[in-house]
Write a new protein. Structure first.
Length: 1038
């Protein structure tokens, strides 16, 4: 610093601040973090092929081609009847453009080797588990047919909006086109001996064209000669000759009717239950959705001014309004945090110059950090903004320490302690990289922002603060003039404190006992008995001496009935209170920072149609339309078993009890409607009336490389499970999904060919006779008034000819009249499982329901898994499908905390050149955890991801005070003198950190941020105990 001119340093910092301010508009601002999806999917079909044949002939070949591709992390596939799909997941560093090109090339190479009839495999970006909600939704109205409105909207509105940079997709929906439907009478056709195929051929010949050859014109040019009938309007198609029967020309009008009517849609989308023409605009990832929505709205407004008379374009849903409101809360929280911190600094320093110095350094930190946000392409969303807010207190802490030290001693010796303190915090936050992907995506930007801010604060404290102090000197907070009375009081307190330390060092056992009992010994986890059966009916093993001793003492009646109720509270400490209240009643990771959305799902049984489900869902739409608190609800019906209504609420009702009340009323409505399978989720406890076999509470997954052998092991496991009277509904499937059937059924015609011969009936003629009643096909489209219109040929008996008629109706086959009961039978049967593979290993799931507690079910499952595991050959595995990362990997989160402690130990060992002093630093961490335990117990908070994040942050923060004191002690050689020099700035940093977190608990009690702030505040406050009591008692001093 002596070789650098203060003016040069200040000028350089000002330039960096200007650059940072200029880069603010380049930041991507949105509400939720973008979830990166490095995956592709390949889909293919093969009509009539079974799942096993599809897997052998197509799936395996494609998987073998894709496996060597660089960057592949996982290959998953599903082979089903008539087709299959493969999903490829890639590492984060994979170049997806190059990967797509390589996969496309491999598909082109292998396609000629695929079976005849297989479709060309299509490549697309996988959207599994990922959904980008629409940014804006417009409705278009005009006094014209809907198909004309949609056609105009696509060309004149959607296409210009889609060209705006950042817009991913502009979808126009809501119009159902009209089509010509030719319905023939199967009875008249049977009398005349006319089949549906003959009608199709006759109409195609009449409306089609035929190439006759080539002819030269007068210029010598060759032109095609085409034979085509004169144009006939569809209304006149009744005159088309179909067949000559016994000298009589049978026309289409004699055997069929021709109607022009609205086609039945294969997908329904409605907004607020209305069949409007909707314009849905979806943004790309990594864009500033607020700026993009403003740009799209301006362009839409320009387009609306040029619309033809009678057209109107109305904005019905703007998600940016909600995002702006939520971001405004975050900005308010951040601003309030800054205001509290600056007010605190002024009250402590009572100096405008000191306050101005803090403001300048804080501004420099944030603006320079903006440069690195852009370099590392960080998004600004609710998590990163919270990271900025949290880091403000840490930045001010660093500034206070450096200003106090440099203003008093005019040297930079304290920077080593600052560096170590910040490195411990950075090391603590680095464990985010070891979290599962779902939690890492949410917290990586939060941690990255804090790390960048801390690194920048180190540079600012090393160069900028000393340069400013040379130009704007301020008095140290610990060097203010004191009166003689104040000096005597300080000396007296120091003398008492020194005597207390000396006495405490001689009686360390008191503090060791207090710390152990205060933290807690988990005696409540001791089992009641040892050597007991883990499941009903298991024989009891012989007990060893230790087990017998345990069962007679701790497992004895006297301890369990008389002593236990006193021992557990006495020894359990704060950990027992935390585990009993915070972890009880369901903890785990929650994510309630998104907008409240009530999701209503509906499905019909296999064999129903999408139109029947649409009729059922309309009743629910009518119910929802009666609530003013509902802002909008979007309805999507994509299949007979997949309908969804997404309900959003007005801002004033979004965080109230109304969504819960509506959920209860919607549940009652679903029960009263019946018929469909309903599922209602999003708030409160989910509801489902699904009683099918689609979901089982207990599932065991088997994997292996041979499907037939794996299936045999699955059958052995299911047979072993089925004998237990508590077990019901045992089922083997490729995969069990919530709300969907694991297996499918089909109607199978079992012909008796001897009876066919007896009756003189040809099976193919019988099949064609059945087909006549179920015939439906599309004919070539026609153009009328410049508009393409579809044509459909359908049998008049299509809707009436059901399974009963198929089995009992007398059908004319040639000269014979027979019914199915005379030739065979029809039965409903399972059509086979889909075949699932993961990394080219087959996967099967044995699912079942168990009557009993979850603990008993878990023990029963484990017992059967262990029994099967003993006989499985190498390459086969069995595991219990868990319920989430926190529960599947109990203990991993605590191992991550141990990793943080190890990082802190290494950093402190290097700084202090000692292996004993870091142990005292680390001892401060469990002391602060006592504060977290008591905070969650006193305020009855539930432990979630925010609580875990508070543990992580505390590991890096509470050790800072110890680092500053011990570093000063190592320099001056007197603990009390070092303590007196650093205790004031240390207390100021603790208070500033706590004050900076206050807005998180005052403004909007978000589950994650509330528990995070409450836990961190409790731990920081309790760290004072570690500073004043634990550290001086256990630190070895001269």
């Amino acid at each position: 610093m002596k070789n650098l001119s203060p003016f040069s340093v200040i000028l350089s910092m000002v330039v960096l601040m200007i650059i940072g301010a200029a880069m603010v508009p380049l930041l991507g601002i949105q509400y939720q973090p973008t979830k990166k999806s490095q995956s592709l999917s390949i889909n293919y079909s093969w009509g009539g092929a079974s799942a096993r044949v599809v897997e052998q002939e197509i799936t395996s070949k494609l998987e073998g081609l894709f496996a060597p591709i660089s960057g592949v992390k996982r290959i998953g596939s599903v082979s089903r009847k008539d087709g299959g799909s493969i999903t490829l997941e890639f590492k984060d560093e994979a170049n997806m453009d190059a990967v797509r090109f390589e996969i496309s090339s491999k598909i082109r190479q292998v396609y000629p080797q695929l079976p005849t009839g297989a479709s060309y495999p299509s490549l697309s970006s996988s959207t599994t588990g990922e959904y980008t909600p629409p940014m804006l939704i417009y409705t278009i109205n005009a006094d014209l047919p809907t198909w004309q409105i949609q056609e105009y909207a696509q060309k004149s509105i959607a296409d210009p909006l889609a060209r705006i940079e950042g817009v991913k997709q502009v979808n126009v929906s809501g119009a159902t086109p009209f089509e010509w439907v030719i319905t023939f009478d199967p009875e008249k056709c049977a009398v005349a001996g006319i089949t549906g195929r003959e009608i199709q051929t006759a109409i195609g010949n009449h409306n089609g064209t035929r190439e006759l050859g080539l002819s030269e014109n007068e210029n010598g040019e060759e032109l095609s000669v085409v034979l085509k009938n004169s144009d006939m309007q569809p209304e006149d198609w009744g005159k088309i000759a179909i067949k000559n029967v016994a000298g009589r020309i049978i026309t289409l009008g004699y055997i069929a009717t021709i109607d022009y009517r609205q086609a039945l849609p294969n997908y329904y989308y409605r907004l607020n239950g209305l069949n409007n023409i909707n314009l849905t605009i979806t943004p790309e990832k990594h864009v500033n959705t607020l700026r993009l929505s403003d740009q799209v709205k301006r362009e839409a407004e320009e387009i609306s001014r040029t619309l033809p008379e009678g057209y109107s374009l109305s904005l019905v849903e703007d998600s940016s309004v909600y995002v702006r409101g939520e971001l405004a809360k975050i900005y308010l929280r951040s601003g309030l945090s800054v205001l509290i911190l600056l007010l605190f600094v002024f009250l402590v320093s009572r100096s405008f110059r000191y306050l101005m110095l803090i403001i300048i350094t804080l501004t420099a930190n944030i603006l320079i950090a903006f440069i690195f946000y852009n370099i590392f392409r960080l998004e600004i969303h609710l998590y990163s903004l919270a990271g900025i807010t949290v880091s403000l207190g840490l930045i001010i802490d660093t500034s206070i320490i450096m200003i106090d030290h440099y203003g008093r001693y005019r040297n930079l010796k304290v920077f080593i302690a600052i560096l170590a303190a910040l490195l411990t915090t950075i090391g603590a936050l680095s464990i985010v990289l070891f979290l599962p992907a779902e939690q890492r995506e949410n917290l990586v930007d939060f941690s990255a922002v804090i790390v960048i801010n801390l690194v920048v604060s180190m540079v600012v404290s090393l160069f900028f603060i000393p340069a400013l102090l040379e130009k704007m000197p301020v008095r140290s907070l610990t060097r203010k003039r004191k009166s003689s009375r104040g000096l005597r009081r300080t000396a007296k307190i120091s003398k008492i404190y020194r005597r207390w330390i000396a006495w405490s060092k001689r009686h360390k056992w008191i503090y060791i006992t207090a710390l152990i009992l205060g933290f807690g010994i988990p005696v409540q986890l001791l089992p009641t008995k040892l050597g007991q059966p883990k499941y009903y009916g298991q024989p009891v093993d012989s007990l060893n001496r230790w087990q017998e001793f345990y069962n007679k003492t701790i497992g004895g009646e006297f301890y369990q009935t008389k002593v236990k109720k006193w021992v557990e509270p006495a020894l359990g400490g704060s950990m027992r209170l935390f585990a009993k209240n915070a972890l009880g009643g369901g903890g785990g990771f929650r994510e309630d920072n998104q907008r409240t959305v009530l999701s209503i799902n509906a499905a019909l049984p296999e064999g129903c149609t999408i139109h029947q489900l649409n009729d059922a869902i309309r009743d629910m739409e009518t119910f929802l339309s009666g609530f003013d608190e509902v802002e909008a609800f979007q309805t999507r019906v994509s299949a007979y078993n997949n309908a969804n209504i997404s309900v959003t609420f007005k801002p004033e009702a979004d965080r109230t009890g109304f969504p819960y009340m509506l959920k209860d009323m919607a549940t009652s409505k679903a029960i009263s409607l019946g018929g469909a399978t309903w599922g209602i989720y999003g708030v409160g406890q989910g509801f489902s009336n699904n009683v099918s076999s689609g979901w089982k509470a207990n599932r065991i997954e088997l994997t292996g490389y041979n499907y037939e052998q794996l299936y045999r092991y699955a059958q052995e496991l299911s047979d072993s499970i089925r004998v237990n009277p508590r077990v019901s509904g045992v089922e083997i499937a490729g995969q069990i999904n919530w709300g969907s059937a694991s297996t499918f059924t089909e109607y199978f015609l079992d012909f008796n060919f001897e009876k066919f011969a007896l009756y003189g009936v040809n099976p193919s003629e019988y099949y064609r006779a059945i087909e006549q009643n179920l015939y439906r096909t599309s004919l070539p489209s026609v153009y009328r008034e410049g508009v393409q219109e579809n044509v459909v040929l359908v049998s008049g008996g299509e809707e009436e000819f059901d399974v009963w008629h198929l089995g009992n109706d007398i059908i004319q086959v040639g000269d014979n009249s027979v019914k199915l009961a005379e030739l065979g039978s029809i039965a409903k049967r399972r059509s086979g499982n889909n075949i699932h593979k993961s990394n080219q290993e087959y996967t099967l799931t044995v699912a079942f329901d168990f009557v009993g507690s979850s603990e008993l079910a878990s023990r029963f499952t484990k017992r059967n898994m262990d029994k099967l595991r003993d006989v499985l050959p190498i390459g086969y595995k069995v595991k219990d499908q868990g319920y989430g990362w926190w529960y599947e990997n109990q203990g991993i989160q605590y191992a991550l905390l141990l990793l943080i402690i190890a990082i802190i130990f290494v950093i402190c060992s290097i700084l202090f050149e000692s292996l004993l002093q870091p142990l005292v630093i680390i001892l401060m961490i469990p002391v602060s955890f006592i504060g977290v335990f008591l905070t969650f117990w006193l305020f009855e908070l539930k432990f979630d991801q925010g609580g875990f994040a508070s543990f992580v942050l505390l590991c890096g923060l509470v050790v800072n005070a110890g680092i500053y004191v011990i570093n000063e002690y190592n320099q001056v050689g007197n603990y009390l003198r070092a303590f007196n020099r650093k205790i004031v700035p240390i207390l100021l940093t603790i208070i500033s950190t706590v004050l900076g977190l206050i807005p998180f608990v005052v403004i909007s009690r978000e589950p994650f941020w509330f528990t995070f702030a409450a836990g961190a505040m409790g731990g920081m406050i309790f760290s004072v105990v570690a500073i004043f009591i634990v550290m001086p008692v256990f630190l070895k001093t001269d």
